[in-house]
Design a protein around this ligand. Structure first.
Ligand code: NOJ
Length: 760
């Protein structure tokens, strides 16, 4: 038998002594983080450095196409070798601890992993979908909602969320509008900051906070025709004025990570875009956290036609500034060789690794890699009462009252016969919305359950029709029912003699979100027919909408007396809707996206440009319009009613001729003139009338959410400075130009009191 070669014992001892003695230095908490990173990096081989740039999926929750290779066994070997810096979709204290143990206890340097997950609107206790939350315009509530999400996610072993999504989008066809804050850059910027602060809290190393990730950098919300993953082509002025500000706000709020977007931007994939990543993000904005690719987006540069193979894609992505590879499995394969053959400088790798380690140190993972792994805490936190109360509060604030003719709402609490119609009314799954991968199925309070709590009315229920048929799994195409009308008759019978009919219609939970672009924006399936059939037997209908995007509902808007936009409101959805229907909560939400009249108007947004022919002055066809439908939105951005009414008066501007650098104060009186206490979002819009680049017809530049008791009046004050009055040109220069500024203050983007001033 051949004698096995063995390493002499003294050498082993020296090696282990050497390893331990050297690597422990970075664990000294008294040293500052940068010093600790340098000490650790001195110990790392090139393979181990590249390993930090590699992120693997935990395999059971797939949130993208399956990669080639990447078997469990290979991942385990790579973890042991220190070739993995992060895992995504590993969740739950038991699982996280087991995987962390391999990295910390079985790899040479024991560098802890950072565990990422799509905590988009809650972890298990779900808040409304982000677009719905944006409708609250309540920054404190939105921040709180993110902190509840962080509380549960961190209790479950996680330390990093892939959120917030800060993509501005004005195209309801794009399914991912449900994840963002809507069409407006000003509102989006405020919400981006609130969400980052909510996730990250005051201290990143607290046990109940997690690192945020601003995504998708950049311009993903402008994919052509709203088709998922499509191309983006846009001017630099639009990029600077509309797309980038929420990302900048996220950096300013302290976001520690960024994620690339899938799209190309003016021909260059965002993942390999050094203008975005090196020049703007890491250069101008001095961002010192790290950038993770989106799922396989490094590899997808080959399909885009921007890289010829995996090596080319890896070098382009790394050089451009993508620090971590999510599920392309390319950095781990290619980067060491690319450094050795001189294609990629080792300094590029060093910079990426330093950024990744920095965030890990900041999270406190080196001080205690298992700090998020306490099963008792996990049990006590997830789904606790405080978290349910918080998401209920957020859900109520997110509801928008779109129509309430004849004051059908609020409902009387006794003596009514109420017919509830629609499969979505009893659905305990759809209100959870898309991106709820840690939540258990069917855990939402349905609308029907919510309404049932008001016991002194008589309730009757008929589903009428199904929206989707078959499975609603995340990874499957939805099958929408268009042919089964068998439930219509029973629904009509149920509705006929009711005092009021509550119809819950709209999209099922997985009808929006990633990979869910639509070319129709009406009620899916045969729900529109159901609505019209019920209307024939009973006109007193309250339509409760469930949807993850703006819908186009011209018939309902004209005929149905009351419409409540209830989105997908999360775990407590039904309770929130019931409180609003019964007037225990007076709705105050305002739309964060314009609702079109039909899909052909998309993209439609309030802050559009005037064109040279905005109006029909001569009664001919030569003006900017459609010949078959009005060009305005059905429900404009910022719109939402209350059970009470508000009156605006006394608009004042303190300085009619301010100079650049001076501030202007705009004030307005708002009175509650109706019969209920209520809340109103007071909105200020400007128009820069003539500038060196044409400016939008209106731009939101301030808002305030106020509470007013019946009969009460409050004065609301806004301050405008160069920051609000200026804009970026196509070179990315911020300009403040003199001239006239129109001002409008009101309760939505379409109406308000107007005035103006001239900036000298
Ligand atoms: C792809 C999505 O675009 C991104 O938002 C998400 O964070 C990753 N998949 C991980 O699930």
């Amino acid at each position: 038998m051949k004698k096995q070669k063995c390493i002499p014992l003294f050498l082993l001892l020296t090696l282990s002594f050497y390893g331990v003695a050297q690597t422990k230095k970075h664990l000294d908490k008294n040293k500052n983080i940068e010093e600790r990173i340098s000490l650790l990096m001195k110990e790392m081989t090139l393979d181990e450095k590249v390993g930090q740039m590699n992120q693997y999926n935990g395999s059971w929750d797939f949130t993208g196409p399956k990669p080639e290779g990447g078997s469990e066994e290979e991942k385990y070997i790579h973890l042991k070798k220190g070739w993995v810096g992060s895992m995504l979709n590993v969740r739950g204290v038991k699982e996280v601890r087991a995987v962390q143990k391999i990295a910390v206890e079985e790899s040479r340097l024991g560098i802890p992993l950072i565990f990422g997950f799509d905590v988009i609107h809650g972890y298990k206790t779900l808040s409304p979908i982000p677009l719905a939350e944006a409708a609250s315009w309540d920054l404190e509530a939105i921040k709180k909602s993110a902190s509840v999400a962080a509380d549960e996610a961190s209790a479950s072993g996680l330390n990093w969320t892939f959120g917030p999504n800060v993509d501005i989008s004005n195209d309801a066809r794009w399914g991912r509008v449900m994840e963002g804050a809507g069409e407006d850059v000003y509102l989006g910027t405020k919400i981006a900051a609130a969400r980052v602060k909510g996730f990250q809290g005051e201290k990143l190393d607290a046990r109940n906070t997690i690192a945020a990730c601003a995504k998708h950098f950049a311009a993903y919300g402008f994919v052509e025709a709203g088709r998922e993953y499509n191309t983006v082509d846009m001017s630099h002025s639009k990029l600077y004025n509309t797309v980038l500000p929420p990302f900048k706000a996220a950096v300013d709020a302290g976001a520690r990570t960024f994620m690339n977007s899938f799209n190309t931007l003016n021909g260059i994939p965002a993942t390999g875009n050094s203008f975005l990543l090196r020049d703007i993000l890491k250069g101008d904005w001095k961002f010192n956290g790290f950038v993770v690719s989106d799922w396989a987006s490094i590899k997808e540069m080959i399909s885009h036609g921007y890289a010829k193979d995996g090596a080319d894609a890896s070098s382009k992505a790394a050089i451009a500034g993508s620090d971590m590879d999510m599920e392309s499995h390319l950095y781990v394969k290619e980067l060491v060789g690319l450094v050795k053959n001189g294609t990629v400088k080792e300094s590029v790798v060093d910079d990426a690794v330093r950024r990744i380690l920095r965030v890990k140190f900041e999270l406190g993972l080196f001080d205690d890699p298992y700090k998020y792994c306490d099963e008792a805490h996990e049990k006590a936190t997830i789904g606790n009462k405080a978290n349910n109360d918080a998401v209920l509060d957020m859900a109520k604030k997110s509801i928008v009252l779109l129509k309430n003719d004849t004051n059908l709402l609020p409902l009387k609490k006794s003596g009514l016969k109420i017919a509830v119609i629609g499969a979505l009314a009893s659905d305990k799954n759809s209100p959870l919305g898309s991106w709820r991968i840690a939540a258990d199925d069917n855990t939402a309070v349905s609308v029907l359950e919510g309404i049932q709590k008001y016991k002194d009315n008589k309730l009757m229920y008929a589903k009428g029709t199904d929206v989707s048929i078959g499975e609603q799994l995340f990874v499957q195409e939805l099958k929408i029912n268009t042919t089964d009308f068998s439930g219509f008759e029973e629904a009509k019978k149920t509705a006929k003699d009711a005092d009021v009919v509550v119809m819950v219609l709209g999209e099922v939970g997985f009808q929006s979100g990633e990979g869910r672009s639509r070319t129709e924006l009406g009620l899916p399936g045969n729900q529109q027919q159901l609505l019209e059939e019920i209307y024939k037997v009973n006109k007193k209908i309250v339509l409760v909408l469930n949807n993850g995007r703006p819908l186009a509902l011209p018939w309902a808007s004209e005929n149905i007396p009351a419409i409540v936009e209830a989105w997908q409101l999360g775990t407590q959805a039904g309770n929130a809707v019931a409180e609003v229907l019964y007037g225990d909560y007076n709705p105050s939400g305002k739309l964060p996206m314009s609702f079109p009249r039909n899909v052909g108007q998309c993209p439609i947004y309030y802050n559009n440009y005037n064109t040279g022919r905005p109006e029909n002055t001569e009664a001919n066809v030569f003006w900017s319009h459609y010949s078959d439908v009005e060009k305005t939105a059905l429900y404009p951005f910022g719109f939402g009613l209350s059970y009470t009414t508000f009156k605006y008066s006394n608009l004042k501007i303190n300085n009619q001729n301010p100079k650049k650098g001076e501030s202007v104060e705009v004030s307005v009186d708002v009175s509650n003139t109706g019969g209920y206490d209520g809340k109103e979002v007071v909105q200020l819009y400007i128009r820069d009338v003539a500038a060196s680049l044409a400016r939008p017809v209106k731009e939101l530049k301030g808002f305030e959410l106020i509470s007013l008791k019946k009969g009460e009046t409050k004065t609301v004050r806004f301050t405008l400075t160069d920051k609000e009055l200026g804009f970026y040109n196509n070179n990315g220069e911020f300009l403040v130009e003199s001239g006239i500024f129109n001002i409008m203050v009101g309760g939505n983007s379409n109406e308000g009191l107007i005035s103006k001033f001239e900036l000298k």
